[in-house]
Design a binder for this molecule. Structure first.
Ligand code: TMP
Length: 208
């Protein structure tokens, strides 16, 4: 069974490491699996991502941001996610539409109805089977980042990141069957084991 699994979390939560770890574990047990990420994951998406993260001097309206993230997402869906799921591969995605709900919705303050409409247009019914939230306090997460290398989002103030953190918890509480919330303030290997223990049972061939 091809699963669509997403990893979510605020800055410094370590979700990219955990997504990679999962990819390795599933590959070792010969599960057909593909790892991708947002924003980006296609040549077009990588351009959009670079622009969104690093165009410092230019003001970007929240609605423009919403549309650009979803333009990149639409391309990723069409070129990568949908074909791989159709070919029977488990797809792991480091961030997906929930990132938009919390960053552009809760973080930037766009109406959730607008965010949902645009997200739905891009995702066209593709929804994760499982979403792993690496939960960490804003202070702990940001302290793991090097401030001189901060992108546009990492440079946002603590209140923005706190809205993002709270937004994630709301989403997880609203759909407990899809979300697994993991305390990200632990050693990486321990987090990986916790995720594996809780989610591994849903996988077709356990036992890496
Ligand atoms: P990352 O590569 O550190 O995950 O950076 C992506 C940044 O983009 C991160 O700060 C979250 C932000 N983002 C959004 O604001 N909306 C989105 O839809 C996505 C996918 C990412």
């Amino acid at each position: 069974m091809a699963l669509f699994i997403t990893f979510e979390g605020g800055e410094g939560s370590g979700k990219s490491f955990q997504a990679g770890e999962w990819h390795q574990r599933l590959s070792r047990q010969a599960t057909p699996v593909l790892l991708t990420h947002e924003p980006g994951g296609t040549p077009l998406g990588d351009e959009v991502s670079h622009w969104l993260k690093w165009q410092d001097g230019m003001e970007v309206s929240p609605l423009t941001e919403l549309l650009l993230f979803n333009a990149a997402r639409s391309q990723l869906l069409d070129k990568v996610i949908r074909p791989n799921l159709a070919a029977g591969k488990t797809v792991i995605c480091d961030r997906f539409a929930d990132s938009t709900t919390v960053y552009q919705g809760y973080g930037r303050g766009l109406a959730q109805s607008v965010v949902k409409t645009v997200n739905d247009a891009a995702t066209q019914g593709i929804k994760p089977d499982l979403t792993i939230l690496l939960h960490i306090s804003v202070a702990d997460g940001l302290s793991r980042k090097k401030s001189e290398l901060a992108d546009r989002f990492e440079k946002e103030d603590v209140a923005f990141h706190e809205r993002v953190r709270q937004g994630y918890l709301k989403l997880a509480a609203g759909e407990p069957g899809r979300w697994l919330v993991v305390n990200a303030n632990q050693p990486r290997k321990k987090i990986a084991e916790t995720i594996w223990e809780n989610v591994g049972r849903l996988l077709p061939h356990r036992g890496a």
